[in-house]
Design a protein around this ligand. Structure first.
Ligand code: NAD
Ligand code: DAU
Length: 355
C-alpha cells in the first residue's frame, strides 16, 4: 500500500480518487483537516476498504512512526502543506510549522522506518515530495521557462517554506540515501479546488453576483495544468523516476490572469447565463495588488516528457470547460465550503483591497 499526506485537500483528494479508480493498491490518507482539508472530497470512498483515513499532523512523528510500522507502505506521497500565498502574507507561521517543521518531522519518521526495511524493500521504497514552481521565483516576459536547474529564488513566505522543504528532502537523499523524488508543478485547476484560489473564486463569485477581484493590472502570467494531469505525472514519477531527481511538471499553458477570468466569464455566459442577460465580465473589479506579486511563472516540462514519457492529456480549453461544469453541478459542495471561517477569510483578504 501507499501512504498519502494531505489527501483531503484539492490535489491530494484528486490523486486518491484517481489512484483507487485505477488500482487496487490501498491508500492510507493522513490529513490534519485544516480549513483546506475536506472529507466531503472523499465521500465516494466512504465504504471503500482500500481507503483508510487518519486524522493527524505530519508534524506528529510519533503518529507517523506508528502508521508506518502498522501499514508498511512501499511509498509515501507528501501533499500536506499550507498552500495559499495570500494567507502566507497575512500569517506566515502556519507555513513554517507545516511546510518546514512538519516536513522535517515526517522525514525523520520515514528515515527511521526506511532504515529498518530489508535491503530489497528499502531499495524499492520511495518518498515523493510534491512541490511547486514558485520556489524558482519570478520570470520576466523574455526569460526561458523554469528548468530543474533554475536557481531557487522564492519570494513569498509560502514559496520560501516550500523551498526549505525541498532542500530538506534533497539533504535526506544526499546524506542518508533516502530514495526521494521531488516534483515541482505549475498552477493546478479542476474539481475540488478551494474557492480562495483564482479560478474557483471567480466561478463562485460570478455565480453569486459578486465582484471578480483582479489583483493589480491582471497581466501576471501563470502556467495552468488540469489537476488530473498533475496526478498522472506524479504516478509516472513514482513508477519510473530516479531517486534523488527532481521533475518539473507543467502544461505549456501560460496565460495572463485577465485572460483566465475572461475565459471563465465566457464559459459561464454560455453554460449559466446571468438572469439579466448581461455578460459576467461586467463584474470584473481591479483591486490592490498582492505584495511581492510574482509576475510570471512558466515550466519547462521537457525532462519529464523526455525521460519518463509523460505529457498532459487535457488542453486548457477542455480542462477549463470541465472545471466550470463541475462547479455548476456541485453547488452543494460549494455551499458547504463557504463556512463562517471562509467568509472571515474573504473579509480579511478583500475587505482591505481598494477597487
Ligand atoms: P490544499 O491547501 O488544497 O490542501 C492541503 C491539504 O493538506 C489539506 O487537506 C490540509 O488539511 C492538509 N494539511 C495541511 N497541513 C497539514 C499537516 N500539518 N498535516 C497533515 N495534513 C495537513 O493544497 P493543494 O492545492 O492540494 O496542494 C497540495 C500540494 O501541492 C502542496 O504541497 C502544494 O504546495 C503543492 N502544489 C500545489 C499547486 C496548486 O496549484 N494548488 C501547484 C503545485 C504544487
Ligand atoms: O504555481 C503553483 C502555485 O499556484 C501553488 O504552489 C500554490 O499552492 C497555488 O495556490 C498557486 O499559487 P498562485 O498564487 O499562483 O495561485 P492563486 O490562485 O492564489 O493566484 C493565481 C493568480 O491570480 C495570481 O497571480 C494572483 C491572482 N489573483 C488571485 C486571487 C485569489 C487575483 O488576481 N485575484 C484573486 O482574488
Amino acid at each position: 500500500m501507499i501512504l498519502v499526506t494531505g489527501g483531503a485537500g484539492f490535489i491530494g483528494a484528486n490523486f486518491v480518487l484517481d489512484w483507487l479508480a485505477q488500482s487496487d493498491e490501498a491508500v492510507i490518507n493522513l490529513d490534519k483537516l485544516t480549513y483546506a482539508g475536506n472529507r466531503e472530497n472523499l465521500a465516494s470512498l466512504a465504504n471503500d476498504q482500500r481507503h483508510v483515513f487518519v486524522h493527524g499532523d505530519i508534524g506528529d512523528s510519533e503518529l507517523t512512526r506508528r502508521l508506518l510500522a502498522q501499514y508498511q507502505p512501499r511509498a509515501i506521497i507528501n501533499f500536506a502543506a499550507e498552500s495559499h500565498v495570500d494567507r502566507s502574507i497575512h500569517g506566515p507561521e502556519d507555513f513554517i510549522q507545516t511546510n518546514i517543521v512538519g516536513t522535517f518531522h515526517l522525514l525523520e519518521a520515514i528515515r527511521g522506518y526506511w532504515s529498518g526495511l530489508s535491503e530489497e524493500s528499502g531499495q524499492r521504497f520511495r518518498f515523493l515530495h510534491v512541490s511547486t514552481d514558485e520556489v524558482y521565483g519570478s520570470l520576466s516576459k523574455e526569460e526561458p521557462a523554469f528548468s530543474e536547474t533554475h536557481r531557487y529564488e522564492p519570494n513569498s513566505p509560502y514559496s520560501a517554506s516550500k523551498a526549505a522543504s525541498d532542500h530538506l528532502v534533497r539533504a535526506y537523499h544526499h546524506t542518508y540515501g533516502l530514495p526521494v523524488l521531488t516534483t515541482n508543478c505549475s498552477n493546478n485547476y479542476g474539481p475540488y479546488h478551494f474557492p480562495e484560489k483564482l479560478i474557483p473564486l471567480m466561478i463562485v463569485n460570478a455565480l453569486a453576483g459578486k465582484p471578480l477581484p483582479v489583483y493589480g493590472d491582471g497581466q501576471q502570467i501563470r502556467d495552468w495544468l488540469y489537476v488530473k494531469d498533475h496526478c498522472s505525472a506524479i504516478r509516472r514519477v513514482l513508477d519510473a523516476g530516479s531517486p534523488g531527481e527532481t521533475y518539473n511538471v507543467g502544461g505549456w499553458n501560460e496565460k495572463p490572469n485577465l485572460d483566465i477570468v475572461h475565459t471563465v466569464c465566457a464559459l459561464l455566459d454560455e453554460l449559466s447565463p446571468r438572469a439579466d442577460g448581461r455578460p459576467y465580465q461586467q463584474q470584473i473589479t481591479y483591486v490592490t495588488d498582492r505584495p511581492g506579486h510574482d509576475r510570471r511563472y512558466a515550466i519547462d516540462a521537457r525532462k519529464i516528457e523526455r525521460e519518463l514519457g509523460w505529457k498532459p492529456a487535457e488542453t486548457f480549453a477542455t480542462g477549463i470547460r470541465k472545471t466550470v461544469q463541475w462547479y455548476l453541478e456541485n453547488q452543494d459542495w460549494v455551499g458547504n465550503v463557504q463556512s463562517g471561517a471562509y467568509r472571515e477569510w474573504v473579509e480579511k483578504n478583500y475587505g482591505e483591497r481598494q477597487p
